[in-house]
Design a protein around this ligand. Structure first.
Ligand code: SIN
Ligand code: CO
Length: 388
């Protein structure tokens, strides 16, 4: 996509300008980011999703004497009829995985790497409802879907920012308001990570949160080193051949630290393994149990394709691809495959096409590695037949 075209979604900024000045840095309010936006799902449908076993949902209820009670879904049918008139919020995660029209919204965000996107959470709040002043460790685009919500933003926070004593919710003890806006349907507020914010519903309202994922430094180090360790034989150890005689046997000398650093650097800078791990980690599905494949003989798969079958990406799958010295890597829902550079266009198609079928795959179905790849992605669950 052209990074220099002004985007309505970004209030007329180009992707390049937004990425340079706002992304991860400062908030941006966009009036009518999606003009005349109509929520593709109703509050009742959202509540319906919160009854489902596989859907992650929460209810935050404000009470006079017990502020901000958190309840976790799935909920019972009668939960919603028993709620008060005001001051509660229902939050449903990853609605994009369950409602295709919500997933389509993500097409507006193609100026960002798709593997950075986590999910589209949708909240419905009764008048006065909100989840309290807080900060998140990730970027979020808050799109007003229905009704109006007042957003207040405040200070930048970190893990030292004081929180209210609350077992389940991270609510800031201090909120230093800097700005305030009332958002109408189609308006959108971008917030960088760690910026305090506080939304309250002016009336019954729905807010879409497009949330991102970024591993913490601690996660990168622990997960990458666990991954690396699988490839390191037990006999490979700290070694000190050629050690200089020491004047005091109890002292750990500088030379030992240098040997240790050399051991770490040698392994930590293996780019193939680093990329393999990163691609796998960033495409780890949010709900791995929803990416269950099906066994199927290769012949049956090819026959189905010849007979007009249509393949779709599993909405719970995550895909990305990359180049390395040896060829290309495809990352699919936490797994990686090394492939030859010939398959570049196929990888792009798998990651981006609305659907895969004879018309856009024909040349690939006769290519051995290509058809094996497609077949394996079905068996793994990242691709599925349209009518399943
Ligand atoms: C909400 O939609 O009510 C909460 C979104 C957020 O503040 O992260
Ligand atoms: Co938030």
């Amino acid at each position: 996509m052209n990074a220099d075209v002004p985007l309505q979604l970004l209030g007329g900024l180009t992707a390049r300008q937004f990425l340079k000045d706002y992304w991860q840095r400062k908030p941006l309010l966009v009036r009518q980011a999606i003009p005349d936006f109509e929520s593709p799902i109703s509050p009742d449908e959202l509540a319906g999703l919160a009854l489902e076993e596989e859907v992650e949902s929460r209810l935050v209820i404000e009470h006079g004497e017990h502020p901000w009670e958190l309840r976790r879904g799935p909920f019972e049918e009668d939960t919603f009829s028993q709620l008060p008139e005001r001051d509660w919020t229902l939050l449903v995660q990853a609605v994009d995985q369950f409602v295709p029209e919500v997933a389509e919204l993500l097409e507006h965000f193609q100026f960002l790497p798709s593997w950075r996107i986590d999910d589209v959470m949708i909240s419905f709040a009764a008048p006065g409802g909100g989840v309290g002043p807080h900060y998140d460790n990730y970027d979020v685009f808050l799109l007003q879907g229905h009704g109006t919500r007042r957003w207040r933003i405040g200070q930048m926070c970190d893990s030292d920012s004081p929180l209210l004593a609350h077992a389940d919710l991270r609510i800031l003890a201090d909120f230093e308001q800097t700005e305030e806006w009332v958002l109408e349907p189609g308006d959108m507020l971008y917030l960088p990570p760690r910026l305090a914010h506080y939304g309250t519903a002016e009336d019954g309202c729905m807010t879409y949160s497009v949330g991102f994922r970024a591993p913490s430094a601690a996660e990168v180090l622990t997960h990458f080193t666990d991954f690396l360790a699988q490839f390191l034989p037990d006999e490979e150890r700290y070694s000190d051949a050629g050690i200089a005689p020491s004047s005091d046997p109890h002292q750990i000398q500088r030379d030992s630290l240098d040997r240790l650093k050399a051991l770490l650097t040698e392994h930590m800078s293996d780019e193939r393994l680093l990329l393999t791990w990163f691609g796998q980690f960033m495409t780890e599905p949010r709900y791995p149990e929803l990416v269950a494949g099906e066994e199927m003989p290769l012949g049956e798969f090819l026959d189905a394709m010849e007979n007009g079958a249509v393949l779709l990406r599993n909405p719970s799958a995550r895909l990305a691809w990359s180049e390395i010295d040896l060829g290309l890597m495809l990352f699919a829902s936490g797994q990686s495959r090394l492939l030859s550079a010939e398959l570049r266009e196929l990888l792009k198609l798998i990651c981006s096409a609305e659907s895969l079928h004879l018309a856009n795959l024909s040349e690939w179905l006769s290519h051995e590695d290509a058809r094996t790849l497609l077949w394996e992605l079905i068996k793994q669950g990242s691709l599925e037949f349209a009518n399943d």
